[in-house]
Design a protein around this ligand. Sequence first.
Ligand SMILES: Nc1ncnc2c1ncn2[C@@H]1O[C@H](COP(=O)(O)OP(=O)(O)O)[C@@H](O)[C@H]1O
Ligand SMILES: N[C@@H](CCC(=O)OP(=O)(O)O)C(=O)O
Length: 281
Amino acid sequence: MQDEQLNRNIDANRIVVKIGTSSLIYPSGEINLRNIDQLAFVLSSLCNQGKQVILVSSGAIGVGLNQLSLTERPASIAAQQALASIGQSKLIMMFSQRFEHYGQKIGQLLLTHDVFDYPQSRQNVLNTFDELLQQRIIPVVNENDSVAVDELDHKTRFGDNDQLSAIVTSRTNSDLLIMLSDIDGFYDMNPLKNPEAALISQVSQINQETFNLAGDKGSRFGTGGMVTKLLAAERLINENRQMVLANGRDPRVIFNILDGEPVGTWFTALQRKEISSHGQS
Ligand SMILES: Nc1ncnc2c1ncn2[C@@H]1O[C@H](COP(=O)(O)OP(=O)(O)O)[C@@H](O)[C@H]1O
Ligand SMILES: N[C@@H](CCC(=O)OP(=O)(O)O)C(=O)O
């Protein structure tokens, strides 16, 4: 790990943005319309600049809770799946409406991890991504929460969009994953429990020592905590891709990140090799 405040050489053309529930739902349970609108504005602007953008959005269960005026996430998986199905349709409706406002089309992809493990389903999904991106349409991805376990005993896992976004970044050969959370970046200890925690600006290697700094989730809606974000970053660093973890309280931070400003935590291999990508770097 090393600290640096210099501008970053972030040269990305195909970008995945992952937004967590905590950036879409207020702690009160109300929907954060401002963030949904700003996210639509920023991503539409990037498309207008010629970038290719994929959005991985959580929030189905959070929006489902809101729709049914529930304050607590139910314990049973089936009840959570039902909530996700209610919330997902509302969430995509809100995204459609806001993106439409900025003249941007979107398409919805509900995925499970194992889709990428099987050559045929993987190819089908990648074809869909490619076709949407070619047509300058933003794929909006969430985990398919109503398919927790299927008959074929695939290794479907419920509720972790951090790693799903890393898989999507990797499989679509994207240059950069921007992960928006409820925290400014990766700290040397859980800032929620330790006010003296310090932000780490750059991480170039992830090992057990790094994982030891990570605690669990912050908000009552979040699921993964820092461990799943580090697993995502580890995968991407190993593939010589980049990830920036930043605060999603204002999605316009995405512009700052792409301008190379030192916001959040930049996960990048120290010496990045050229990767075959879709434009620059
Ligand atoms: N070392 C750490 N640095 C930053 N955040 C940490 C760390 N360890 C644990 N956390 C917690 O992880 C939370 C973010 O994960 P999570 O609640 O799952 O958010 P999201 O909904 O964005 O996925 C932070 O709010 C923070 O409380
Ligand atoms: N797929 C679920 C949430 C999955 C998830 O990883 O949530 P989060 O930790 O907020 O990114 C949903 O849409 O509610």
